[in-house]
Ligand binder design. Structure first.
Ligand SMILES: [Fe+2]
Length: 136
């Protein structure tokens, strides 16, 4: 059974999909089961300082930048998107990025807590939420 907002990758063609609404079926691409992308966190992974989204409150909302140490934004290695989810997972905002762009998402909201994720084309999916659990 999939869960809302899980991401899966096809290891043949590179397709990445996100679960909008969960279902019981197996996700298949290129005639193979898709691989669930695990969310890496600062507490468990190397390179976390360059990947885990960092949030800063502003007068209009929250600025989300990737890494407490700047991440490369080169053609061969870059952040593909930044995503902000409300804590209850009812609202999602995603900004796609390209090489040479600054990996920042300015979120205008009055929310108290946001969970941010980002995807590095080499190092995978990272989250600001270090309280991972199976019941989300
Ligand atoms: Fe990276």
């Amino acid at each position: 059974m999939t869960k809302i907002l899980e991401m899966y990758k096809c290891n043949v063609c590179g397709n990445i999909i996100e679960v909008v609404l969960p279902g019981a079926g197996e996700l298949v691409c290129c005639s193979q089961p898709m691989e669930k992308m695990e969310e890496h966190t600062i507490s468990e992974e190397m390179y976390g300082e360059k990947h885990v989204p960092v949030m800063e409150k502003t007068q209009e909302g929250i600025n989300i930048k990737v890494g407490s140490v700047p991440h490369p934004m080169e053609k061969e290695h870059y952040i593909m998107f930044i995503e902000a989810n409300s804590a209850d997972k009812r609202y999602v905002k995603r900004k796609y990025l390209y090489p040479d762009e600054e990996p920042v998402l300015n979120l205008k909201c009055s929310c108290d807590k946001v969970i941010a994720r980002e995807l590095c084309n080499i190092h995978g999916l990272w989250t600001s939420d270090d309280e991972q659990s199976d019941d989300k």
